[in-house]
Design a protein around this ligand. Structure first.
Ligand code: TA6
Length: 238
């Protein structure tokens, strides 16, 4: 279900190229930090674990507070069932001032071949085209197919989306809560060749479909309050 590059680097501070990187307290350039914020390459500690569920926690370090002067705790709970994977984010503002956040679950979906994959559920939805300086357009197609680099932030989207893989006769369904937006990305040939932690041909094996709060954001999180959002991944055979 999930893609992981053969060239992924498992050494901080490099983010892992695949799986579901956690973009927090910022998605992309939607905020003052470097791309995708610092949580995706931070140390988390295990706060609760069982045979099918784990909860991890990170709190802002003094180093991170120099970059982002707002104390928070981020908890990630991952539950794996027979049919689905559920991932919940809970961010608590443990400071005295409100702060603004954007976020995404940067989900790398594995596909048999990019030519046989498409994304459904976004017809008629407005999006920001990251390849055209965030120009706003509206999705005209019943499905999104891939024949070149594609990098879009769909705004105020339906909460159920799918990556359809005709090659494997299955669809990966993402049901999201608390994430108004959805990012769709494939780097294609030239961008793939420029990423040292990504094989030149691996663009053929993945689609990123990312629940996010980005263009519709930011979210203002008040002191002592908790922001929650989640995604549930499941497989539909056809
Ligand atoms: O989610 C899409 C995106 O923002 C693309 O613009 C591309 O930069 C991708 O994330 C990967 O970002 P990374 O920092 O992991 O190389």
């Amino acid at each position: 279900m999930l893609f992981l590059s053969n060239k992924a680097v498992f050494k901080p501070p490099k983010a892992i190229r695949g799986g579901i990187p956690i973009c927090f307290p910022q998605f992309g350039g939607f905020g003052p930090l470097s791309q995708h914020g610092f949580c995706r390459n931070s140390d988390f500690e295990l706060v609760d674990g069982g045979s099918t569920s784990v909860t991890l926690s990170m709190r802002t370090t003094e180093e991170q507070l120099k970059l982002f002067p707002h104390r928070f705790e981020l908890r990630v709970t991952i539950s794996i069932g027979d049919e689905e994977l559920e991932q919940t984010l809970e961010a608590r503002n443990s400071g005295d001032e409100p702060f603004e956040l954007t976020a995404a679950l940067h989900t790398y979906i594995a596909v048999s071949s990019i030519e046989k994959a498409h994304v459904v559920g976004l017809k008629g939805v407005e999006y920001m085209d990251s390849l055209q300086d965030k120009k706003r357009l509206t999705e005209q197609g019943d499905s999104i197919t891939f024949s070149e680099e594609l990098d879009r932030i769909y705004l105020s989207t339906p909460d159920t989306l799918e990556v359809v893989d005709e090659g494997k006769k299955r669809a990966i369904q993402i049901e999201k809560e608390g994430f108004p937006d959805a990012v769709v990305w494939n780097p294609w040939i030239k961008k793939a060749a420029g990423m040292a932690d990504f094989g030149d041909d691996e663009y053929k094996e993945m689609v990123c479909l990312e629940p996010a709060v980005a263009g519709s954001g930011p979210v203002a999180l008040q002191p002592g309050k908790t922001w929650r959002a989640k995604q549930t991944l499941s497989v539909r055979q056809f």
